[in-house]
Design a protein around this ligand. Structure first.
Ligand code: PGA
Length: 250
């Protein structure tokens, strides 16, 4: 695992965008696994900026997103499809038909999950998977205690995740209770993984995930078993990892 420490959120975002753009440039028809949440927004802004400058093209890129709320339409402002359109897809030259997000309105959620697993296989697998990490160590909606062997599945959100996501909705009651999410197995099958973390409030969990034992209690810890992971964090998020003596690159 490579760990890069950036001074602040902006520098972290630029570093993450650099890694994604290197993938896009070296393999223009890459399959990118993409993530939502607050942390990757800066990296997406940077990619849009480089696209607008003419340094980057997504014309042959294909994307698969990690997850989607169950019950939200793609046009709902808090759906992850909407997030991807607003933060990335609407501003670059990616072909709409090459962007894939789970359908939150699927009549048969189990069938939607099975079809998504097949889609990932049909695309030839994920070249680079971008991840954020929740305060409890979740990746996508894989919560503490979840089975590492799962593929895309229906998830019941934990109280902590509902609390964390309430800031995006008018009230806690409006936060969906279920989601569709790639499983740890899908994530671990990606050829490369890039995980971005920011902020002091994640420092403890970052330390547990990357310097502690691999355990279902901290889902991100499974990434220690993947052969090609890059962790990019700001100084605050990596502070406890540094204190624990884990070597990082500047
Ligand atoms: P955040 O979410 O980037 O908004 O902190 C991360 C996650 O829950 O995966």
């Amino acid at each position: 695992m490579r760990i890069y420490l950036s001074e602040d959120y902006k520098a972290m975002s630029r570093r993450a965008a650099n890694i994604i753009s290197a993938q896009v440039i070296t393999k223009p028809d890459s399959v990118l696994g993409l993530a939502t949440g607050g942390t990757p927004v800066g990296a997406y802004q940077q990619l849009v900026e480089w696209y607008k400058k003419g340094d980057l093209s997504f014309a042959e890129i294909k994307t698969v997103n990690l997850d989607e709320y169950l019950g939200l339409s793609p046009h709902h402002e808090q759906s992850y499809r909407y997030f991807m359109q607003v933060n990335l897809f609407d501003h670059i030259d990616i072909k709409p038909e090459n962007t894939h997000v789970l359908n939150g309105l699927a009549k048969d959620p189990q069938a939607e999950c099975a079809a998504y697993n097949q889609l990932i296989r049909d695309l030839g697998g994920i070249d680079l998977q971008l991840l954020g990490m929740g305060h409890n160590g979740h990746i996508a909606f894989n919560e503490p205690g979840d089975d590492f062997g799962l593929e895309t599945h229906v998830v019941t959100l934990t109280d902590r995740t509902i609390d964390a996501n309430t800031r995006f909705f008018e009230s806690r009651d409006e936060v969906p209770r279920h989601a569709l999410s790639m499983g740890i197995k899908n994530i671990m099958q990606a050829r490369r993984i890039l995980i971005v973390v920011s902020g002091e409030e994640k420092a403890e969990t970052v330390c547990k995930a990357f310097a502690g034992p691999v355990t279902k209690d901290v889902p991100a810890s499974v990434l220690q078993l993947h052969p090609d992971v890059t962790l990019v964090g700001d100084r605050a998020a990596l502070s406890k990892l540094v204190e624990a003596g884990v070597p990082v690159c500047g």
